[in-house]
Ligand binder design. Structure first.
Ligand code: TRP
Ligand code: MN
Length: 450
């Protein structure tokens, strides 16, 4: 990028320390896989990524809201049309509620079609005195606690590419082929509201949306000839953790000469890999996609400003989304100095709140979980801080699934600790189930209106 005089290439990250990379047992096998991948077609096109940057630019300006949501870690095993459709369905339902309440468009970005790699706090996991490599996501190895499963296998990178391609293909078909029809999506939400006494408290908001749709029809807007009522732009994103994979899918755009990581529209840097001299930041500074960076409680003002300068030297609206994950307890203290410093430095970033990752704990039953109330409390803190600084609370970043899992506590149905065991299916972090996700959207809707 223009303002940074240091040379960059899709592989210049290799000169920097790369955290959280698998120890591939056979470097020659890895090389051969990466060569194969670099010859494969891109999964997304540069023009789509630019469109997303523009949409996020509107979020940065307070003219739109960002909903980024999906699995903590996608699975090779639960790969099916059903699972993709259920995740999309819940995200669309949330988007309708948010769009109505915010009164501005919702930019829809899935953690999907590429979310296959996980950073881990330790390189190894020890069970009953036996140590094996940690599970790093299906792009790398398998969850089962055996030597064979845990050995990183580069062929999984190819598998991840193909699963991403098939997922993206179905998402494109669903979002442009009628499934995303506004009235139909809202009908699902009304079914949800009517189905349980707990959800009934959302009835008035759901009825308002219904009335707005009827008003539109009454004024002569014919849904049949309004593509904007049946179609949505849906974008993909994931944590670009395994740099070999990401750089193999990076292509030079013939129109602009810029490089795009064509594994997804948007990619982000995790909290554990955002070291300013490190390989991930080096890779990200040279790609022209819209990018995200997670900021945890340890992120200082200086670190944050340094990241903004390297990742967004041209101060491009929508280029950089700062995804804070500070915790319900501390967000009120930690967020204001970051917002003020970034604003003073002139970076038109999107501020998004990840209310999941700093509110994780082990329940008395021994399950890694999160409580719905704490998730909502961090979101409330996020809105309070931005409102008090006259800054736009640009969006939310959440981990969810459309399936009826029991991984997070609370929500309208007050899921309790002893119920976590019923359907605790995640390979990694606890996700909101479909109902809890809609509960959350209604909760955020109240914050947006309040
Ligand atoms: N196309 C518009 C949008 O994306 C309206 C819309 C149609 C919509 N179907 C939707 C919005 C489903 C949210 C969810 O905003
Ligand atoms: Mn996670």
């Amino acid at each position: 990028m223009a303002a940074d005089p240091r040379p960059w290439s899709p592989t210049s990250w290799q000169e920097h320390p790369a955290a959280q990379q698998p120890e591939w047992p056979d470097p020659a096998a890895l090389d051969s896989v990466l060569t194969t991948l670099s010859g494969y077609p891109p999964l997304v096109f540069a023009g789509e990524a630019r469109q997303l940057t523009e949409a996020l630019g509107r979020v940065a300006a307070g003219e739109a809201f960002l909903l980024q949501a999906g699995d903590c870690a996608e699975s090779f095993e639960t790969f099916s049309a059903n699972s993709i459709r259920e995740r999309l369905k819940i995200i669309l339902q949330m988007a309708v509620v948010l769009t109505y309440s915010a009164g501005v468009p919702t930019v829809k970005v899935g953690r999907i079609a590429g979310q296959f790699a996980k950073p881990r706090s330790s390189d190894t996991e020890t069970v009953d005195g036996r140590s094996l490599p940690s599970f790093r996501g299906h792009m790398v190895n398998d969850v089962e606690f055996t030597d064979e499963a845990r050995l990183p296998d580069p062929n999984r990178l190819i598998e991840a590419y193909h699963q991403s391609a098939a997922t993206l293909n179905l998402l494109r078909a669903f979002t442009k082929g009628g499934f995303a029809d506004l009235s139909r999506v809202h009908l699902w939400t009304q079914e949800f509201v009517r189905a349980s006494p707990e959800a009934r408290r959302y009835e008035s908001l759901a009825d308002e949306i219904d009335r707005a749709l009827r008003f539109m029809r009454a004024t002569g807007i014919d849904p049949a000839d309004q593509p904007s009522l049946h179609e949505v732009d849906f974008y993909t994103s994931h944590e670009a953790l395994v740099l070999g994979y990401e750089s193999a899918l990076t292509r030079e755009d013939s129109l602009t000469g810029d490089h795009y990581d064509c594994s997804a529209h948007m990619v982000w840097i995790g909290e554990r890999t955002r070291g300013i001299e490190d390989a991930h930041v080096e890779f990200f500074r040279g790609i022209a996609n819209p990018i995200g960076c997670k900021l945890g409680p340890s992120a200082s003002v200086e670190e944050t400003l340094a990241l903004c300068e390297v990742l967004d030297p041209d101060r491009t609206p929508g280029r950089l989304t700062l995804i804070t994950r500070l915790g319900a307890e501390r967000i009120g203290d930690l967020l204001p100095p970051l917002v003020e410093a970034v604003r003073a430095a002139g970076h038109p970033v999107v501020w998004a709140c990840d209310p999941m990752h700093a509110n994780t704990f082990t329940s008395p039953s021994g399950r890694k979980t999160r409580h719905f109330d704490e998730i909502l409390r961090e979101l409330r803190g996020f809105f309070d801080v931005h409102r008090s600084l006259d800054s736009w609370p640009g969006g939310v970043h959440v981990e969810l699934t459309g399936d009826d899992v029991t991984e997070c506590l609370g929500g309208a149905e007050a899921l309790a600790d002893h119920e976590l065991d019923l359907r605790y299916e995640t390979m990694c972090d606890p996700r909101l189930n479909g109902r809890q996700s809609l509960d959350l959207a209604f909760g955020v809707a109240e914050l947006l209106r309040g």
